[in-house]
Design a protein around this ligand. Structure first.
Ligand code: OOG
Ligand code: NI
Length: 268
């Protein structure tokens, strides 16, 4: 096993353990689907503000140091986000989808709250690769959280939960007999899991070379500077990819679908 392989496994193991602490439904779903399949992770996603020292590029750096390369670029105008996805030469390594909130396009109030969070950071926060799974590096109040989610659910989620995978993604192609995504959805719903219906249960199509569905985020207790709230934490996604004309599976993302997947952490 090469050093690079060891490195990507270590970082995803750490992200998975951190994720499970606030996403018990992901472990339950993993166990349910593991009954007849080995589960492979298609991708994870990370979120940040486009502000130094924590911008998209800073979140990407630890992945680039172990061999990941930037591939697609995506814009989400209404949500004031942009994103990039990264791939590793090892086909077993999950893809990484990283987005950032374009803070300068937001209200003065949101910008002031983000500045107050960023001002608390230590200069060396992003030096170590482990910062991508270090959780929340600032204090935030319940009032600030509510002000943020009123304007941007993304900003509120990020202020509350910080640096962690907001989802892992089951690679449906690699489940036993590569089922239809609709079959996976039906199995999850029969077991009582709540799926994200924004834009329909299945986002994308075989023609777009990618079909995706996701759970709605679990509700988890989060400690704020002035008390505790139970709020949306993280979710689990299911992705089925289709071959391009060269026969290789499409490895990118579909912006119109991603736009709806973001809403898996919204308050219902
Ligand atoms: C990322 C949403 C997009 C996908 O697979 O299209 C995404 C997020 O919620 O941060 O993961
Ligand atoms: Ni995703």
């Amino acid at each position: 096993m090469s050093t690079a392989t060891t490195n990507w496994q270590q970082i995803f193991d750490a992200l998975w353990q951190q994720y499970l602490k606030v996403t018990p439904s992901a472990l339950a779903i993993h166990q349910l689907l593991s009954a007849d399949s080995t589960i492979h992770n298609d991708h994870i996603a990370l979120r940040t503000f486009n502000v130094k020292p924590v911008g998209l590029d800073a979140l990407a750096a630890p992945f680039e140091r172990i061999g990941y390369q930037a591939k697609g670029d995506y814009q989400f105008k209404a949500k004031k986000l942009r994103a990039k996805h990264y791939e590793h030469p090892d086909p077993l390594a999950p893809k990484v989808f990283i987005s950032e909130l374009l803070v300068e396009q937001c209200s003065a109030q949101l910008q002031a709250i983000v500045s107050s969070l960023i001002s608390q950071l230590s200069e060396d926060l992003t030096d170590s690769a482990s910062w991508v799974h270090s959780g929340r590096p600032w204090q935030v109040s319940t009032e600030q959280y509510h002000q943020l989610i009123d304007e941007s659910e993304y900003a509120g989620w990020l202020a509350a939960w910080g640096y962690r995978a907001n989802h892992f993604t089951v690679n449906v192609n690699k489940l036993r007999e590569s089922p239809e995504l609709a079959e996976v959805n039906a199995r999850l719903q029969a077991a009582g899991f709540v799926l994200n219906g924004s834009g329909g249960l299945i986002k994308g199509s075989p023609a777009e070379l990618l079909e995706q569905s996701s759970t709605m985020a679990d509700q988890a207790s989060c400690q704020f500077s002035d008390g505790e709230l139970t709020i949306p934490s993280c979710f689990y996604e299911f992705a089925k990819r289709y071959p391009m004309t060269n026969g290789e599976l499409y490895s990118g993302f579909v912006a119109a679908s991603a736009d709806k997947i973001f809403e898996s952490t919204h308050h219902s």
